[in-house]
Design a protein around this ligand. Structure first.
Ligand SMILES: [Zn+2]
Length: 237
């Protein structure tokens, strides 16, 4: 994984998307003095069956901020697209491009933008597809002064400095980050999404988080000299 960068912007659809794997790499990066900002397209307000969206949104926002803090991320922003029906399109690309111009990252991180997970056996959600694809596209939008001219009117000048987009959870990983140093914080980071996890599983929450993340980093280890790792598919820009 490239190491010659100082600022990253991670763009995902929901609270917890980064905690199901990528957070161990984020912990490693912030340990090294790098700045990572989280941008969430929604507040995950449709994610808990027993909680209506207006009650769910503040709970999940609070849990996301706490989980980000565990891995050294202080800035967490929300775009307030509607959970479950996030639409790929110019509005989403513009919102993400605005964030790219504002934060000026060299590395952008997102989650699996393809139709399926797990070697094609599990269908991905429309929100993940929309946000992943819009993020990959918004990197170019952010650098073009003629796309979304309204952003320049808001003082957001083009930013051409994104060098890579790293896609977590991809079936086609090309790069990896050693998960050893960040693993325990990744477990605690996922555990911060307690309201969500308690509804999701009957397992004891910490055991659930540890098992899920152990399986994830061990699966990546098969292609990384046997070392537990977080895998990414890297696109160069
Ligand atoms: Zn998600």
């Amino acid at each position: 994984m490239p190491a010659d960068w100082s600022r990253a912007l991670a763009v995902v659809a929901h609270p917890d998307d980064l905690e199901y794997g990528a957070a161990a790499a984020v912990a490693e990066w912030t340990d090294g003095g790098r700045e990572v900002v989280y941008l969430l397209a929604s507040r995950g307000e449709a994610g808990i069956d027993t909680l209506p969206p207006e009650e769910c949104a503040p709970v999940r926002e609070r849990e996301q901020r706490a989980s980000a803090a565990v891995v050294g991320v202080r800035a967490v922003e929300f775009l307030d697209h509607r959970d479950g029906v996030i639409e790929y399109g110019a509005a989403l690309r513009r919102d993400i491009a605005a964030a790219v111009r504002r934060h000026r990252p060299e590395l952008v991180i997102t989650l699996n933008h393809r139709d399926t997970w797990g070697g094609g056996r599990a269908w991905n959600t429309p929100d993940h597809r929309a946000v992943g694809r819009a993020t990959l596209d918004a990197v170019a939008d952010a650098g073009n002064r003629w796309i979304f001219p309204e952003l320049r009117e808001q003082g957001l000048e083009p930013w051409n400095g994104v060098r890579w987009t790293a896609v977590a959870g991809s079936d086609r990983p090309t790069h990896a980050v050693d998960a050893a140093a960040g693993f325990e914080r990744a477990v605690r980071s996922l555990l911060e999404h307690r309201s969500y996890i308690e509804v999701l599983t009957d397992q004891e929450p910490e055991a659930y988080c540890r098992t899920f993340l152990t399986n994830a980093v061990d699966a990546a280890a098969e292609r990384f000299d046997g070392r537990p790792a977080v895998a990414f598919e890297l696109f160069a820009h």
